[in-house]
Design a protein around this ligand. Structure first.
Ligand SMILES: Cc1ncc(COP(=O)(O)O)c(C=O)c1O
Length: 456
């Protein structure tokens, strides 16, 4: 007999303890690392013989196969400083994907540069490399590919374009710590790369932090200065003399010590994820109408996030639009206890900050003389819109190294929902529906033809 769905009063498939898993995993080794700093009384990078920040920077550079790693207090700051240190200036254009965390697109504003968005690839969810060239102008200075969800972007194509047009490449490797692309480590492929250590990342700290990696000595040196009010660091004794504008953006020693401890057991955790995540993904792949993450042979997936697309036709639900199918599945699977989330409810160019061109007032930096006008129209990002409208994600904390049994229950929940697709389809047809980006207060709208009506 078919089990009744939890959304219709049945018992949820996933036990309560598996509905929210813990991440980061904190062990005695982490406690010992933090305690070591408290006992040493060396809390900042400037303390004499400070060991943890310097140790983390050395180990992170080694981990990424780069010559330098410079720590800062978040991944966002890492990207802001990387672009600034590479020489980005007012009115320059930076190409970014239309799907990422908003920090990717916001960071150029730090240098008064403007983001230019490119639609994503429907399979990898990374920047669509076939659509970059049409966005390159006389003002383009850099491309920031994001290794979204843990899957490296098409770096060879991006490097070729960068060479052709003399552009900088900064990898946003925040979600792909430890990943590889054609044998190269994420972070070592572009001119510089950035990482975040926030608590959701695979190698976290106990708070916020970030790192820039690069082979370029000059860039590393500039970031070291920018993170401490632009001070001139060429003298042995600190003279408190600022050569340029900067801010106080340093990481603390406690946070560095915690991350070193997590870094030391990262591969152990990753191997466990490499064992249990594909088992889960393969079970879901058996269900018609679920499109599971793809891993091309030439790169690794670091399982930071899993995105599943839902195709109502392949599931046998003709006449139900992908948006409605996804919305009904969200209701059904959340009721079963599967902790699915959206990751972005709107393409980045649709964010009010870009729609209203509201950064520093007076339309700056978009209003700077000589700056190319930007048109942030959602209709230019059809794939990103479709992916946001027809997919749901499972995030980092639910892919922790011990998540195997929880993932098995999530798979059972999906199977139960698929056993009842006729009822889910009926629910999907009758429910009130709006695309996810309509939840953005005063957010942009798309012509109906681009969303539900087109899909159905
Ligand atoms: C792709 C991406 N870039 C940049 C960032 C910014 O990192 P942070 O939160 O440390 O500022 C994040 C944060 O999660 C991210 O996912």
């Amino acid at each position: 007999m078919k089990a009744d769905l939890a959304m219709f009063g049945g018992k949820p498939a996933v036990r309560a303890a598996y509905r929210r898993l813990e991440w980061p995993v904190v062990t005695d080794a982490d406690r010992e690392a933090v305690g070591r700093v408290l006992d040493s009384r060396k809390f900042t990078v400037g303390a004499k013989n400070e060991a943890e920040i310097h140790g983390l920077e050395r180990e992170w550079a080694e981990f990424c196969d780069t010559r330098h790693a410079v720590s800062v207090n978040s991944g966002t700051v890492a990207l802001e400083l990387a672009l600034a240190a590479l020489g980005l200036g007012p009115g320059d254009e930076v190409i970014v994907p239309a799907l990422s965390y908003v920090a990717t697109a916001m960071a150029p504003l730090y240098s008064l540069a403007v983001p230019v968005f490119v639609d994503i690839d429907p399979v990898t969810f990374n920047i669509d490399v076939t659509r970059i060239e049409e966005k390159i102008t006389n003002r383009t200075r850099a491309i920031v590919p994001v290794h979204l969800g843990g899957l490296p972007a098409e770096m060879d194509e991006i490097l070729a374009l960068a060479k052709k047009y003399d552009l900088l490449v900064v990898e946003d490797a925040v979600q792909a710590q430890g990943g590889t692309y054609r044998g190269r480590t994420c972070g070592s492929i572009g001119d510089a790369a950035v990482f975040s250590l926030n608590v959701e990342k695979s190698i976290p700290t106990c708070g916020e932090g970030g790192l820039v990696v690069t082979d370029r000595e000059d860039v590393a040196e500039r970031i070291r200065s920018l993170r401490i009010l632009g001070e001139d660091l060429s003298t042995e004794e600190r003279l408190y003399v600022s050569a340029t504008r900067g801010s106080n953006l340093k990481l603390s020693s406690v946070l560095a010590a915690f991350t070193r401890s997590q870094l030391a057991r990262f591969w152990d955790y990753q191997h466990k994820r490499d064992a249990n995540t594909p088992v889960f993904v393969d079970r879901l792949a058996q269900l018609p109408g679920i499109v599971v993450p793809t891993v091309p042979d030439d790169r690794t997936h670091m399982w930071h996030m899993l995105r599943f697309r839902f195709d109502p036709r392949a599931a046998g639900l003709d006449g139900v639009s992908p948006g409605r199918f996804r919305a009904a599945l969200r209701r059904a699977l959340l009721a079963e206890g599967v902790p699915l989330t959206h990751y972005q409810i709107i393409p980045l160019p649709g964010q009010p900050v870009f729609q209203d061109q509201n950064a520093y007032g007076n339309g700056l930096p978009w209003s700077l003389p000589g700056t190319n006008p930007q048109r942030y129209d959602l209709a230019d990002y059809p794939v990103t819109c479709q992916v946001i409208e027809d997919s749901l994600c499972l995030r980092r904390m639910h892919l922790n190294p011990e998540a195997g049994p929880a993932l098995a229950e999530y798979a059972t929940a999906f199977e139960r929902v698929w056993d009842n697709l006729d009822r889910v389809g009926k629910f999907a047809r009758a429910m009130p529906y709006e695309p996810p980006w309509h939840s953005v207060p005063n957010g942009p709208r798309l012509p109906e033809a681009n969303t539900e009506a087109k899909a159905a």
